[in-house]
Design a protein around this ligand. Structure first.
Ligand SMILES: CC(C)(COP(=O)(O)OP(=O)(O)OC[C@H]1O[C@@H](n2cnc3c(N)ncnc32)[C@H](O)[C@@H]1O)[C@@H](O)C(=O)NCCC(=O)NCCS
Ligand SMILES: Nc1ncnc2c1ncn2[C@@H]1O[C@H](COP(=O)(O)OP(=O)(O)OP(=O)(O)O)[C@@H](O)[C@H]1O
Length: 200
């Protein structure tokens, strides 16, 4: 039976950076953010529910969802975020389960579940151990503003929409500190692969 490892952290703390390094080491990644994109493509059930709940205003001209616009709504409004989560999350879990089964069929021994909201959504029962990618809040904000081209208040709103990263650290089986260079992060991951004797 495959071992499922949960990889989480805060927005822009470096989960994708860590999962890419794990992928380079042969590990199979099941990514919740990718699942959340696939399940809201036009024609999908969640797409229709989002348009009903948020209106056609959140669509591009080609009818795909304008993620920037939807983000600017839900990261500033807890109730609306809740509405979106209730539409999208069940479909995400279903999709991730399909990908997990594919990985098991392919003979994978360790599967990485990259889930930003692993703790917020109480999904730890899906995984055997948890890795939290940590950065200090000033580094997190700077990287988030840079990557998404956001103002400071916009970055603050996104950070505040999640459980404080320091709280996630307390809940983690292991913490990867991503304040330093990518090389430093790689070294921590290699040490972890060794310590937990992880086999792809
Ligand atoms: C709001 C949306 C349209 C913004 O899209 P955008 O392309 O700008 O961002 P992306 O999807 O790449 O997410 C970036 C990061 O934002 C954070 N984030 C996304 N959704 C949420 C949420 N509902 N609550 C808290 N943080 C969130 C995560 O850390 C995620 O890694 C999109 O994030 C979305 O549909 N969110 C709801 C689904 C969800 O909860 N996804 C997170 C994993 S299941
Ligand atoms: N050690 C590092 N040094 C410098 N920049 C980094 C480092 N790690 C990540 N970054 C940069 O910080 C940004 C956030 O990293 P990444 O996309 O991996 O975070 P994430 O946790 O997956 O984000 P999200 O949850 O928002 O999707 C990216 O632009 C990435 O290139």
């Amino acid at each position: 039976m495959a071992t499922i490892i949960g990889l989480t952290g805060g927005i822009a703390s470096g989960k994708s950076t860590v999962s890419n390094i794990l992928k380079d080491n042969g590990f199979y990644i099941v990514d919740a953010d990718i699942a959340a994109r696939v399940v809201v493509e036009p024609g999908e059930k969640a797409y229709k529910e989002i348009v009903t709940a948020f209106g056609e205003d959140i669509l591009h001209e080609d009818k795909t969802i304008n993620r920037k616009k939807l983000g600017s709504i839900i990261f500033h409004d807890d109730d609306k975020r809740q509405v979106l989560n209730e539409i999208v999350h069940p479909a995400v879990r279903e999709r991730m389960n399909i990908w997990k089964q594919e990985a098991i069929t392919a003979g994978k021994q360790t599967i990485i579940y990259d889930i930003p909201l692993l703790f917020e959504s109480n999904l730890t029962h899906l995984v055997e151990r948890t890795i939290v990618v940590y950065v200090d809040e000033d580094v997190q904000k700077k990287r988030l503003m840079q990557r998404n081209n956001l103002s400071e208040p916009e970055a603050d709103a996104r950070i505040k929409s999640q459980m404080p990263l320091k709280q996630k650290v307390k809940m983690a089986d292991v913490v990867i500190n991503n304040n330093g260079t990518i090389e430093n992060t790689k070294n921590q991951i290699n040490a972890l692969i060794e310590k937990w004797k992880l086999v792809p």
